[in-house]
Ligand binder design. Sequence first.
Ligand SMILES: Cc1ncc(C[n+]2csc(CCOP(=O)(O)OP(=O)(O)O)c2C)c(N)n1
Ligand SMILES: [Mg+2]
Length: 317
Amino acid sequence: MIAMLERMLLIRRVEEQLGDDSLAGRLPGNVHLYIGQEAIAVGVCANLDDDDYITSTHRAHGHFLAKGGSPEALIAEVYGKRTGACSGLGGSMHVADFAKGMLGANAVVGGGIGLAAGAALAAQNAGRSQVAVGFLGDGATSEGILSEVLNIASLWKLPLVLVCESNAYSGISATANVVAGDLVARAAAYGIASLAVDGNEVLAVWDAAREAVARARRGKGATFIDAKSYRLRGHIETEMGFLRSKYRRDEEIAAWALKDPIPALERRLVEDGQVTADQLESLRAGIESSVLAAVEAALAADPPDEAVLAPAIIGME
Ligand SMILES: Cc1ncc(C[n+]2csc(CCOP(=O)(O)OP(=O)(O)O)c2C)c(N)n1
Ligand SMILES: [Mg+2]
């Protein structure tokens, strides 16, 4: 649990940094922050090995770090520097780390889950016991690809776990206005295991994912997990610079801030005597200095190598 807390704190601190950098105009592109949803990526990925696969969304930093990606490589990538995870060519919405089984962020809503199904099929065909996890947003459940993936995952008993992050919004639309019916029932209708979980409770997420991953490894097929949570920051960090009005009530955000998964876990670990306030302080201090050092390194790093850039640009012509 302390390792999970550490990862959640790391994700939070990296993203607070990237949020500040975004608002200050220091980044070459936009960032979609995962703040408030950290317990989902961390609780799920704590059950995975390096050779298990994940696919991600446009909100990818948390998935990347939870799967063991390096914060230095992530920060440099978002800064567009050649020391980044993808040599500075991808940026926030395309971070990947194949060595850690992180097959990539994805700017196409719903795109990642098709890739996850493919990775699960590849593992199954090769007779390996790897599992693929496809993270998706609740808004992505309106994409047709979900139906295709649920169908084929059920028919072929793919070693796949779909983790839907129900954060109550699809972009700036309330999910209730754009997604019909109950998602757990929808997945169950395809004949796969399906359940809802409190996505702000890391232990609950961990437990649900543990069972789903074990089921997949035993060849018993796919699971759909609907993890209920809330994004505490904007759809993109700079949204209030161009939106004409607010689309969420302050009271709603404040109520969910009280359910922030990180302080809840910290309180629990202190109360249980698993960690002292001093230990928490030094954990935070260590993360603070490593993130600041990573930012310094990213600022000092060069932009992408032109020799790498040229074929990438030619390839697009
Ligand atoms: C295929 C496709 N349609 C629309 C968009 C524009 N878009 C980007 S993010 C987003 C909302 C996605 O909502 P959700 O899946 O719930 O993810 P969240 O932003 O809440 O994490 C939309 C519609 C896109 N990137 N790709
Ligand atoms: Mg959403």
